[in-house]
Design a protein around this ligand. Structure first.
Ligand code: GRG
Length: 261
């Protein structure tokens, strides 16, 4: 559990969660347990995604994958335990300044992003579409579920535990939907533009599996244009908030658009 959780990911989801809490509250620590929980869930999804029965990857961000170090049985169990710990941590460690109804709502939001209508659904459709030609709509379904749902839940949970109003929560949800899709479009663009050395390790695998990507389906220029439109739309949703409070989320949208890994 420690090996993968502390492997040095970018921490995009917990930072989004904290930034979203900061948008509606001056006490960002309210969202710290939720922020840790989203990173634990993200990490477990990577451990399971790398397993031989899934993507069968040997490396993740340049390090041997969990099952390559500890064996398949321990990797499955480390993922299961991280999933459980995520919800335990959020339920047990969120402080008394977050009323119970808010906390329960945030837990419901997060759990629905993970299960059969979230990450798991995206993974199933992704597996089913391997080697097949898929439409842009089907590609979007996969990405919305595999990637965007957890990003959305990270942002929305931050706003819920921070005490955001109904309309504030729905606004950040719209922001998060754009950012979630943006994250994946940029991932696909990076797969194309990565150095040949990196291509051998990561994108090369996707090409071998003939995975659909945005650049493949719409061309690299249109994919970049689409990414630009998504940043615009995400930023637009933040115009309804105080500019200083919204600055972290605004910077994060730009970071996700311009990141190099
Ligand atoms: C959630 C119960 C449960 C099972 C998992 C395997 C699976 C079902 C889903 C796969 C989800 C998956 C691996 C989606 C890809 C998401 C993605 C874009 C990962 C890369 O995220 P980064 O770039 O990674 O934020 P770092 O390493 O920076 O944390």
């Amino acid at each position: 559990m420690r090996y993968s959780l502390l492997a040095g990911g970018k921490r995009v989801r917990p930072i989004l969660c904290l930034a979203s809490c900061a948008l509606v509250s001056s006490d960002v620590s309210l969202a710290m347990p939720a922020a840790c929980a989203v990173e634990m869930i993200h990490t477990m999804s990577l451990i399971h995604d790398d397993l031989p029965c899934m993507d069968n990857d040997d490396l993740r961000s340049g390090k041997p994958t969990n099952h390559r170090v500890f064996g398949e049985q321990i990797a499955v169990l480390a993922g299961d335990a991280l999933l459980s710990l995520a919800f335990e941590h959020m339920a047990a460690r969120t402080g008394p300044n977050v009323p119970a109804d808010r906390l329960v709502r945030a837990i419901a939001e997060l759990s629905s992003a993970v299960g059969s209508e979230g990450l798991v659904a995206g993974q199933i459709v992704d597996i089913a579409s391997e080697g097949k030609e898929i439409s842009l709509g089907e590609l979007e379904y996969i990405h919305v579920h595999k990637t965007a749902k957890l990003l959305e839940a990270s942002v929305v949970c931050g706003a819920i535990v921070g005490g955001g109003s109904e309309s504030e929560v729905e606004r950040v949800r719209k922001y998060a939907r754009c950012v979630g899709l943006l994250f994946q479009v940029v991932d696909d663009i990076l797969d194309v533009t990565k150095s040949t050395q990196e291509l051998g390790k990561t994108a090369g695998k996707d090409l071998a599996r003939d995975k659909a990507t945005y650049p493949k389906l719409m061309g690299i220029d249109k994919a970049k244009e689409f990414a630009g439109e998504l940043v615009e739309k995400a930023t637009e949703e933040l115009r309804h908030f105080d500019a200083a409070r919204a600055a972290p989320l605004s910077h994060l949208a730009n970071y996700i658009a311009t990141r190099h890994n």
